[in-house]
Design a protein. Structure first.
Length: 667
């Protein structure tokens, strides 16, 4: 019984030592399988073949180890035969000729040697056998010693818990000898998965290089031996690289708001991706987000992922689904994927651009007079004339620190430009000039708005790629809640991807039960220059819901009507009239009770009607899942006071809430 309790411990430690990557070049996923046997051999977990040694699979195998029980008579032949068949299966042999293939045996002893199995499957000794005698017993250790020595492995004893840690690591010395013999050919930098740095550097990767011990002992030197007798890996040298440092090297603001880059490792995990943002900063395991989980999967993206893992160079144009910045909408858009391997590493890098971002505006403002003219409209005392102005908090100059307080940052920016000029060597001249150009163009646009303020329009606004957002009149800008960084603004990015008017109600806040009686309506500005299409800005209005609703009701009423239904009258007993945006969120309704729920997903307001709209194909359901989140533990029921309906019979609202919303469904 003591031995049965002891065996799972070294097995679990060995599983921890395995990771996603092997030490071959090019790197290939490390695969593992767990086999248990007594009189009959079987797989210890639900996997049918070898699986990648990632966090999820190792967790399954650890659980399987804990459930192993001792019974029957040991049958080494059956166990080794199943293990060799797994190693020789198709998914292992293809492309893995350089991988170390090993079988590790943990046992309390046995009498047979399974010699005929080794002759049949391992005559060339390409599979190393490591055997571990676990616990204190009276069995003959000779057979399992012979298995290890005959098959280029090693034999270890684990008599007690205290010996587990040491004796389950020594096999690494044996596996490392071929690498030491290869010397410089084997010294290739290996990169880890992305993980959270313990010193609060954020997400980092670590590059490692082996250090070999090839020295002679004193006795060897006395005997005149010249060749080094030690052939051990002494340790590794490592360096951490912050992902933020890598991002700072990329020209992000030339890609456009919907353009981005990403990199993946040989396992398909993303190294750099705008959707790589783990929700739990204290999560101890590596961040393993697959490219196909970071984006909405389709067949072409599967092909792109495969080609990138193979280190190929290529280009594909894809019509794909894109989740909005606020994760409330899904749009269909066209993206261009260009990818190539990163020289000297095992990573592959890709650049993703929409069609309208294949070219960008390069601004040159040579004379200081024009620069001063454009920057004048950014002064706070000019807001009444040019509208309330926001600038994106970017690193325009190295000694100008961005601030989330826009008023403070705008004052600092204006003071800096007046004092040091935009051409200061510490400044990113392209960023500064583009900001000033957009400031000049948008100030001229505001001049045309002054005499045009139709009834029901609370504000007019314009936002640009260069980082300018102007809201007219100034009073409307004081209540502006959208992100001043246009590259992070959901309505801005959606407007670029859609050649239609985008309606954006203020998101419903359940805890406050309050909502703004307004909605943003925006559309991208299209420019065609020498056959090149650009979308450098978005313009729009902020509408008053009550005025718009009155106009809508008046437009639907039938004159001289004597029927029960004569249009969308306010608080009509027979007719509910609602306007939903393309995400299924409530924009307008003829019932006062709905006004406070504007911005709420309509499936939460009237789930039956929402289901009917889906069934009529007016909306399409797209389920997405957040693979980077950590689920909260399920709450235990604190009583049975609720009736049978709440316990056993879920309503349609429950189904919608759990199935569509809690799993991050997007319409």
């Amino acid at each position: 019984m003591i031995i049965q309790q002891l065996i799972p411990l070294p097995l679990s430690i060995c599983l921890v030592q395995f990771n996603d990557n092997s030490t071959t070049h090019p790197p290939l996923p490390l695969s593992i399988c767990l086999v248990q046997f007594n009189d009959k051999a079987m797989k210890a977990a639900c996997f049918q073949n070898l699986v990648q040694a990632n966090v999820r699979n190792k967790r399954f195998l650890k659980d399987a180890v804990r459930n192993i029980s001792a019974k029957g008579i040991t049958n080494y032949k059956g166990g080794f035969e199943l293990a060799f068949e797994q190693l020789s299966s198709l998914n292992v042999t293809q492309g893995r000729a350089l991988c170390n293939k090993i079988i590790m045996l943990f046992t309390d002893g046995g009498e047979e040697r399974a010699q005929e199995i080794f002759q049949k499957y391992n005559a060339d000794k390409k599979v190393r056998i490591f055997t571990f005698s676990v616990g204190q017993h009276n069995y003959d250790k000779g057979p399992i010693q012979w298995m290890a020595c005959t098959n280029k492995g090693y034999y270890y004893e684990i008599p007690s818990i205290g010996a587990i840690r040491i004796n389950t690591q020594e096999y690494l010395d044996v596996l490392g000898r071929p690498m030491v013999k290869a010397n410089n050919k084997a010294k290739q930098v290996q990169w880890t998965n992305v993980y959270q740095d313990a010193l609060e550097l954020g997400l980092v990767i670590t590059g490692t290089l082996p250090v070999f011990n090839k020295t002679n002992t004193k006795a060897d030197k006395e005997r005149g031996l010249q060749r080094p007798q030690n052939q051990l890996i002494l340790g590794v040298m490592a360096i951490d690289v912050s992902l933020d440092d890598i991002k700072r090297l990329t020209p992000r603001f030339t890609f456009g708001p919907n353009g981005y880059y990403f990199a993946i490792d040989p396992n398909g995990y993303v190294l750099l991706h705008p959707n790589l943002c783990p929700k739990n900063p204290k999560f101890q395991e590596p961040v393993t987000l697959d490219f196909l989980d970071a984006e909405l999967e389709d067949e072409i993206k599967v092909e792109i992922r495969t080609n990138m893992i193979r280190g190929e160079t290529g280009h594909r144009t894809v019509h794909t689904l894109v989740k909005s910045q606020d994760e409330r909408y899904i749009d269909r858009s066209e993206r261009s994927y260009t990818y190539a391997p990163v020289k000297g590493t095992d990573y592959s890098l890709a650049l993703v651009l929409p069609v309208y971002s294949l070219h960008y505006i390069h601004t040159t403002i040579g004379d200081t007079i024009t620069q001063a003219k454009f920057s004048e409209s950014l002064q706070e005392d000019k807001f009444e004339e040019y509208g309330y102005t926001l600038i994106a908090p970017r690193e325009y100059c190295k000694d100008l620190k961005p601030s989330k307080n826009n008023t403070e940052f705008l004052m600092d920016f204006n003071e800096y430009i007046d004092r040091k000029t935009p051409n200061n060597p510490l400044c990113n001249v392209d960023l500064v000039n583009r900001l000033l150009l957009d400031a000049g163009i948008t100030s001229d646009l505001v001049k045309q708005w002054r005499d045009q303020m139709p009834n029901g329009v609370l504000a007019r606004f314009v936002a640009t790629d260069g980082g300018i957002t102007r809201i007219y009149p100034k009073s409307a800008g004081l209540d502006w809640t959208e992100d001043p960084e246009t590259y992070e603004s959901s309505f801005y990015k959606r407007s670029l991807d859609n050649d239609i008017y985008i309606f954006t109600p203020t998101p419903y806040q359940e805890d406050t039960n309050m909502t703004e009686d307004s909605v943003l309506v925006s559309r991208a500005v299209n420019l065609d220059i020498d056959g090149v299409r650009l979308k450098p800005a978005v313009v729009g209005v902020k509408l008053d819901i009550n005025t718009w609703m009155t106009n809508f009701i008046n437009a639907t009423l039938k004159m001289n009507c004597k029927d029960e239904i004569c249009g969308c009258q306010r608080n009509d007993e027979h007719v509910d009239c609602v306007i939903l945006d393309d995400g299924g969120f409530l924009v307008m309704a003829n019932r006062d009770e709905y006004i406070g729920q504007i911005g709420q997903f309509f499936g939460m307001i009237d789930p039956i009607l929402m289901v009917n709209l889906v069934n009529m194909s007016l909306f399409t359901l797209n389920k997405t899942y957040d693979y980077q989140s950590v689920c909260d533990p399920k709450r235990e029921s604190k009583g049975s006071a609720a009736g049978l309906r709440s316990v056993y019979v879920p309503t349609i609202a429950d189904i919608l809430n759990v199935g569509w919303l809690a799993s991050a469904a997007a319409w």
